[in-house]
Write a protein that binds this ligand. Structure first.
Ligand SMILES: Nc1ncnc2c1ncn2[C@@H]1O[C@H](COP(=O)(O)OP(=O)(O)OP(=O)(O)O)[C@@H](O)[C@H]1O
Length: 214
């Protein structure tokens, strides 16, 4: 698939966060979204996943057949979306049934993340890093070409960061796309970087002029 983003603008609580943001991502490509705290990285991922409406601009997928963009992507965000009372295995079973297009079994995905021993433990009993690894294992139980990852290495030890880097490498080798918001290197070879900065004084002025005419 291809992801095409044109002239995207974001406004939160009435304040312009970024504007004029464009990029295209093709099969096997990766994009690192960087920028200081509050620059709008998570907001951009929320827009790409369809959870947040852009203030302006368009987001579309090409070569995705009859599927809509939301059916082509996986999100691993700050909030992991795991149910604490369910076991790791049950959480992954749930994701697999819900999302369809099954790939690895939950057991295989947990083994790939180095967590075969936690399959039958409620996720609420896991450490922060183990819990994040279960959230990342969800990427492997269903095939989705576009991975949207928000600080994916948060709470991961160095060995798990290497596992994640290898996972993203395999995904890209199979034609998958990765968009990751991050403050640190992720081991993404040949990744492009999109640095989001605060709106310039000129943009803020343009916006005020537009508003005064509206
Ligand atoms: N739900 C919300 N409602 C209103 N404003 C929000 C909301 N979420 C975030 N914001 C604001 O939008 C701006 C961008 O936040 P965002 O979380 O996208 O930044 P970020 O670049 O991901 O930051 P960080 O590096 O700290 O994770 C911030 O000023 C934040 O206060």
């Amino acid at each position: 698939m291809r992801l095409i983003v044109e002239n995207l603008a974001c406004r939160r609580s009435g304040r312009r966060i970024f504007s004029g943001l464009s990029f295209t991502l093709g099969p096997g490509e990766a994009l690192m979204i960087t920028g200081r705290n509050g620059a709008g990285k998570s907001s951009l991922l929320a827009m790409l996943s369809g959870r947040l409406k852009p203030d302006a601009g368009t987001i579309r997928g090409e070569d995705i057949g009859d599927a809509g963009l939301p059916e082509c992507l996986h999100v691993v965000g700050h909030r992991d979306g795991l149910k604490s009372a369910l076991t790791a295995q049950e959480n992954l079973d749930f994701a697999r049934d819900l999302l369809g297009d099954a790939q690895l079994t939950p057991g295989e995905a947990l083994a790939a993340m180095g967590l075969p021993h936690v399959a039958r433990l409620p996720v609420g009993y896991l450490s922060a890093g183990q819990r994040r690894r279960v959230a990342l294992a969800r990427l492997l139980v269903c095939r989705r070409p576009l991975w949207l990852l928000d600080e994916p290495t948060a709470a991961l030890d160095l060995a798990s960061q290497d596992v994640l880097a290898a996972m993203m490498g395999r995904h890209r080798a199979e034609g998958g796309l990765v968009v990751a918001a991050t403050h640190q290197a992720l081991g993404l070879e040949d990744a492009r970087e999109l640095r989001i900065g605060p709106a310039t004084a000129e943009q803020v002025l343009d916006e005020r002029i537009e508003e005064s005419w509206a």
